[in-house]
Design a protein around this ligand. Structure first.
Ligand code: HEM
Length: 360
């Protein structure tokens, strides 16, 4: 198993929360907020295998056992799009796995799970599955993948969705979901729906939705892209399906506690298959203890500023209405207290600027 630690992404460093496309061309445009130094890094991968992999396998296995049909489904998925997506996922997941997984066009093996499956990409099926002992095989001992998409999704940390566009009408729709780490949304509510319907609950999504046809076109015919979403969460659970097991995040009685707060970043990729009139959308959550994510006072300041740039509706949508005052007070403390002279000078500089000329 890979011992690589999870990449640290801080998409809030701009100090602004925006509901916008924020697409970076994978392999072309560097992502500007990676690692402790917020460096610019040119990313090329779709799937990210690191030392958090066991947590994804365990969470997906629990969701699968509890109620797979609440997390996964298909609506009008054509064999052409299914085949293009399955071939891409199998090939790319193996290529991104540092040798843990292999794919020869027929057989997909995962040494960590001890799985070797014969997949029929055309039919979308698992033809056979053999199980050996691997470091994580105990987590999947009772799992029975029901299709090639289900099988591949269980091997990946990422959640998967297939976006389709009808070639004659130009109408787009979500043709498949396999989303086991949803952030307080129900994957089945979105199945078969178009981009604007999917994003209607997002506060301030009007302008984004107005550009939906252009976005969908870009995603299918010009990618691949990577984009990021982020928010503060009060639990480190991956699965926040509305019908899933309850936890402290967005629970009525939860109050802000910096030692139980997390930054949840979702890295999302979009890869188009123009010949099959669709695209693969991957979603990969990263969950960092909030203290680590804003250990640098400048980062705490940026996160506070980004929250202050939200509308009340956006604060509500993010589940932060009750928590925001305490979150901001804590972030402000992190921005200045630990900062010593720097923070002091910034505050006095602000005070000076806000004074009327005749006070000086
Ligand atoms: C170009 C492609 C896309 C863009 C620019 C985009 C943009 C966004 C943005 C800005 C948000 C708000 C995030 C936040 O701050 O909480 C969001 C939420 C969301 N997006 Fe997308 N998105 C894209 C593709 C997709 C696709 C293909 C799906 C299909 C599953 C999807 C599903 C969602 C869902 C389910 C939410 C949360 C909605 C809810 O709470 O009900 N997005 N998206």
């Amino acid at each position: 198993m890979t011992q690589r630690s999870a990449t640290l992404y801080r998409p809030f460093l701009s100090g602004r929360y925006t509901v916008s496309a924020g697409l970076f061309r994978l392999g072309v445009q560097p992502v500007p907020f990676i690692g402790p130094d917020a460096a610019e890094v040119l990313e090329t991968h779709t799937f990210a295998l690191d030392d958090t992999y066991p947590a994804f396998v365990a969470s997906k296995a629990a969701a699968h056992a509890r109620a797979l049909h609440e997390y996964a489904g298909e609506a009008g998925l054509t064999p052409a799009l299914r085949g293009a997506a399955l071939a891409f996922i199998a090939h790319t997941l193996a290529a991104d796995s540092d040798g843990v997984m292999t794919w020869d066009g027929k057989q997909f093996s995962n040494a960590a799970l001890g799985w070797t499956a014969a997949l029929d990409i055309e039919r979308g099926t698992v033809e056979s599955l053999t199980r050996a002992v691997g470091p994580l095989s105990h987590l999947v001992a009772d799992l029975q993948p029901i299709s090639a998409l289900d099988f591949l999704a269980l091997n990946a940390p990422e959640d998967l969705a297939l976006l389709a566009r009808h070639p004659a009408t130009g109408v787009d729709f979500l043709a498949a979901v396999h989303v086991m780490s949803p952030q307080h949304w129900n994957p089945l509510d979105k199945l078969g729906r178009d981009f604007a319907f999917v994003h209607t609950p997002v506060a301030g999504s009007g302008p984004l939705n107005a550009t939906a046809p252009r976005l969908v076109d870009a995603v299918i015919s010009r990618g691949p892209f990577v984009r990021f979403a982020w928010g503060v969460a009060m639990s480190d659970h991956l699965d926040h399906h509305p019908a899933g097991p309850p936890d402290s995040d967005r629970a009525h009685a939860t109050t802000f506690d910096p030692d139980r707060a997390f930054l949840r970043v979702e890295r999302q990729t979009l890869t188009g298959f123009p010949g099959a009139h669709g695209a693969l959308f991957t979603i990969r959550p990263y969950i960092y203890p909030l203290r680590e994510a804003v250990a640098d006072p400048a980062h705490a300041r940026a996160l506070a500023a980004a929250h202050r740039s939200m509308t009340p509706e956006q604060v509500e949508y993010k589940g932060l209405t009750a928590l925001l005052p305490d979150l901001l007070a804590w972030l402000d403390g992190q921005s200045s207290d630990q900062q010593g002279s720097d923070g002091q000078s910034l505050n006095s500089w602000r005070e000076m600027l806000s004074r009327k000329p005749n006070e000086g």
